[in-house]
Design a protein around this ligand. Structure first.
Ligand code: ADP
Ligand code: TZD
Ligand code: MG
Length: 580
């Protein structure tokens, strides 16, 4: 590091006996002081040397092929570790490429910091046409939780401290940190520089719920005849796994995991109502939300999906503004989930509210019925494969390898995987999240492999994969234990659409028929397999998971098997005019 410091000093630096430091080194020192071990990014002006020096200093710096994927990796690092994931981009276009991931982190309540180099303030503000000119701070602001710019080397310590605290405290989210090119080379005395650094103490302080709020929630639960607990990805994020299990098991209340909360308690747990989702939403009379919002994914807490009977909601969340966002919350419990769940358990003492037996029996019966209905479909050995045949084997593989991370995106490829593959451990399923965004796949796979050192299985629609497919080179370059299975049905939702205009262009939702995605990874030294039957798929995935070698499996799926938009076709607007 000292060698690099000498090299980076501007030629005009005054000759002096005093030891000096500069922006490059202060940023690295500030990040390391605060425990940052990994940076995800794409190099270029003005951050190329910064990346080199960070790598030299022992920080792991992973270079991607597109900033969006680096950003998604950083965002999921935040979800998995409760530490802000760091994404590093160049100015204007690189910054914009990273911005989607920053907004995604904010929307999903994942802590992340997008650090971007930027051009000369004086030129940008006069709009004189600098290299990669853009007022990045102004553009980032509405898309993240907080946005800061550092202009003086002496403020780097405080700037990074603010960014970290803003990302992880309260409701976690994305933070933008703007570092103009000039800052990196700014020199200051090393001793003053050291003193300017800030180690963030207790970055996400516990937020204890009020005892009255806890008592109110318990009273509501006590009066419930058909209670339900919904666990969201906030509950998974909180890493309060034992407390949540205790609460669920003490009360005997059926629980419904949202997608990324699957595995917080095993999907095979006797109280899991995942396979009886529509029944419990309709028939429950009291719902306790823990780290889940009543947004579109829960039909806003009202309407057909929730049935006719009046419902009372208890909501446990760190964000007070979330209460009453869509429906009245009878018992808001505001605080961090670890503290709230502990307070609930303590206040229940030896007389916890118990779910009535007729209700739990009804939920279990419905669940058994639905599981039994599904079972034979999962055992089919059809060629070409349908989703169920393919997912039947992947389901067994995940059961045998419960510590593997499952990445999942697509439409049918998402919805059917979520419904069919049981999860057994917390924070093992990561997917499209609150936006239902395509493109998280390879970024998530890389971030998860790096942060957890566990094998990763990515189940991807062929369209979904395309959004981040080039990162298979990154996966091969860093030799990550990632197995990508592409459910290749020749297109978006289905590969059977025809151009209704009758021209020679293909329909808007179809891709090249019979594409061989497996060949792509061979270009980078990875293992490619074309799998046409459930048996072939099973063999290929097991081999990949055993070897840990980067693998891409083209799973050939019947192009007619999927449905429009998977399970959310109802969200498509309909034309009232007759189709021509
Ligand atoms: P899902 O999509 O799984 O339903 P959401 O993303 O809608 O979950 O909801 C997550 C909720 O969890 C957010 O409202 C967020 O404020 C909350 N949250 C995140 N972390 C914590 C925490 N540590 N303590 C309490 N609430 C949290
Ligand atoms: N762009 C982005 C960034 N996110 C999106 N969600 C979409 C476009 C629209 N979209 C979906 O909602 S799912 C999907 C798109 C393009 C792809 C579905 O096709 P697939 O999955 O091949 O991934 P299936 O198995 O064919 O349904
Ligand atoms: Mg497809």
């Amino acid at each position: 590091m000292a060698d690099a410091a000498v090299k980076e000093k501007p030629a005009s630096a005054p000759e002096t006996e005093q030891e000096l430091t500069d922006g490059f080194h202060l940023i690295i020192d500030a990040l390391k002081l605060n425990g940052v071990k990994t940076i995800y990014g794409v190099p270029g002006i003005p951050i190329t040397d910064f990346g080199r020096m960070a790598q030299a200093s022992g920080i792991r710096v992973l270079s991607f092929r597109h900033e969006q994927n680096a950003g998604y990796a950083a965002s999921i690092a935040g979800f998995l570790t409760k530490q802000p994931g760091i994404c590093l981009t160049v100015s204007a276009p690189g910054f914009l490429n990273g911005l989607t991931a920053l907004a995604h982190a904010t929307t999903n309540c994942f802590p992340m910091i997008l650090i971007s180099g930027s051009s000369e303030r004086e030129i940008v503000d006069l709009q004189q046409g600098d290299y990669e000119e853009m007022d990045q701070l102004a553009i980032a602001k509405p898309l993240c939780k907080a946005a800061y710019r550092v202009l003086h080397a002496a403020d780097i310590g405080i700037g990074i401290a603010r960014a970290i605290r803003a990302a992880v405290s309260g409701r976690p989210g994305g933070v933008y940190l703007d570092l103009p090119a000039k800052l990196f080379g700014q020199v200051m005395p090393a001793e003053a520089g050291r003193k300017s650094l800030v180690k963030v103490i207790d970055a996400a302080p516990a937020q204890i719920p009020a005892p009255e709020a806890v008592k109110r929630a318990i009273d509501v639960l006590k009066s419930a005849k058909r209670p339900l607990i919904i666990l969201g990805k906030g509950a998974a994020y909180a890493q309060a796994d034992d407390a949540i299990r205790t609460l669920v098991e003490k009360t005997g209340i059926p629980f419904l995991p949202m997608s990324m909360a699957k595995g917080l308690l095993p999907d095979t747990h006797p109280q899991c109502a995942g396979a009886a989702r529509s029944t419990v939403l309709k028939d429950s009379d009291t719902v306790m939300l823990i780290g889940a919002r009543l947004n579109w994914l829960l039909s806003h807490g009202k309407g057909k999906a929730w049935g006719e009977a009046p419902k009372k909601f208890i909501q446990v969340d760190i964000e007070p503004k979330e209460m009453d966002s869509n429906v009245e919350i009878a018992a808001p419990v505001v605080g961090d989930i670890g503290s709230c769940v502990k307070a609930l358990i303590d206040a229940m003492g030896s007389a916890p509210p118990k779910a009535p037996a007729d209700w739990t029996a009804a939920v279990s019966a419905k669940r058994e019925e639905n599981v039994a209905k599904m079972a034979p479909r999962l055992m089919n050995n059809n060629v070409p494969m349908d989703y169920h045949g393919a997912l039947g084997v992947l389901r067994s593989i995940v059961k045998e390898r419960p510590d593997a991370i499952l990445v999942n995106e697509g439409a049918n490829a998402l919805d059917l995987t979520r419904g069919i593959i049981d999860m057994y451990q917390p924070r093992k399923r990561i997917d499209v999240g609150t936006w239902g965004v395509m493109g998280v796949g390879m970024g998530y796979a890389i971030g998860a492999a790096i942060e957890t050192a566990k094998p990763v299985l990515a189940i991807e629609g062929d369209s979904a994969f395309g959004f981040s497919g080039m990162e298979i080179e990154t996966i091969c370059r860093y030799r990550l234990p990632v197995c990508v299975v592409i459910f290749n049905n020749d297109g978006i939702y289905r590969g059977t659409d025809v151009n209704q205009g009758g021209g020679t262009d293909p329909a808007t939702t179809v891709f090249v028929k019979g594409a061989r995605y497996d060949k792509m990874i061979e270009a980078f030294g990875g293992v490619g397999v074309n799998a046409t039957s459930p048996d072939e798929l099973k063999r290929a995935v097991n081999a990949a998971m055993d070897s840990g070698k980067p693998t891409l499996i083209n799973a050939v799926i019947d192009p007619g098997a999927g449905s429009e938009s998977g399970r959310i076709g109802n969200l498509n607007p309909q034309s009232k005019l007759k189709k021509k």
